[in-house]
Design a protein around this ligand. Sequence first.
Ligand SMILES: NC(=O)c1ccc[n+]([C@@H]2O[C@H](COP(=O)([O-])OP(=O)(O)OC[C@H]3O[C@@H](n4cnc5c(N)ncnc54)[C@H](OP(=O)(O)O)[C@@H]3O)[C@@H](O)[C@H]2O)c1
Length: 301
Amino acid sequence: MRAIRIDRFGPPAVLDTVDVPEPAPGPGEVLIRTVATSINPVDDKTREGAIGEGTPPLPLTLGWDLAGIVVDGGNSGLRAGERVIAMSHQLSSGRGTWADLVVLPAHAVAAAPGSISLVEAATLPLPGLTAWQTLDWLAVKEGERLLIAGAAGAVGGCALQIARARGVKVDALVSRDAQVAFAREHGADVVATDRHAFQERSYDAVFDTFGAFVTEAVADGGRYASIATQAGPVPGLSSRGVRTTVHQVREDGAGLNELTKLVDSGALQVRVHATFGLQEIHAAHARFLQGGLAGKIAVVF
Ligand SMILES: NC(=O)c1ccc[n+]([C@@H]2O[C@H](COP(=O)([O-])OP(=O)(O)OC[C@H]3O[C@@H](n4cnc5c(N)ncnc54)[C@H](OP(=O)(O)O)[C@@H]3O)[C@@H](O)[C@H]2O)c1
């Protein structure tokens, strides 16, 4: 079977399509035939060698997102032929999803949304779970005020829609005018490209997706979560009673099930900027690197 691997770090040219043995599922695992995947910033950083010590040994199959068809569900309750989505924590397990067949623990897999294609669904797992889990940590409740920095990005766009579905009042910091309409259409009230546009010390919670550290916005006694691992820890806010974290996403089939329900209810829409075939993997990465995206880059097997 085909897998997209690297045997050294570098630009997209180091991505190689190689023939590798088919994996066999063990106890508690599910064998999935990949239909589509997507590119996330972590894939890019891993390929470049920017992750450092946390990178599994080379050669390495890349990829975190997966949408596909169950081949062997083992005793997971998932049946052969079922449409599923999954997120593999590729950096901790070394199990990349950019392969024709992928074996994952059953706890990382969930039924795919029925209302969208598997190509669209492949863009959901990593950004969706990161948004879901970070909002859970922030524990924002109906009627509370949340500021999302990077609200039109992959994670931020999911967070905006999930928070609105939970009845949270959301304001949005975005990077460019082209993203303002997206944030407004998905329920953000105040939307701005200028971090100083937001009222100081007024938000119950801040969800920071790019290391903006808009710490002046969070209310005393509030919560501040960043997912921008490489930007480092959130500056200390304990003197103001603000709890902080840098959230790390984890495999979470139960969370994926909740995301599937939200998609099928119409509350959560995924955005695909462009779709590439596996044979176009270098072009797909070049497009990802170019930036200015309005949605994700999907890759079809
Ligand atoms: N800790 C974890 O477990 C975890 C999980 C998932 C992702 N992440 C990390 O979180 C980050 C976001 O991931 P993602 O998939 O959402 O990426 P993404 O789709 O590129 O979204 C990032 C968003 O932030 C915006 N942005 C960047 N700099 C900005 C600035 N100075 N002012 C306003 N907006 C700005 C970007 O705008 P442009 O499009 O204009 O650049 C984009 O809309 C990445 O660094 C990723 O590696 C961490």
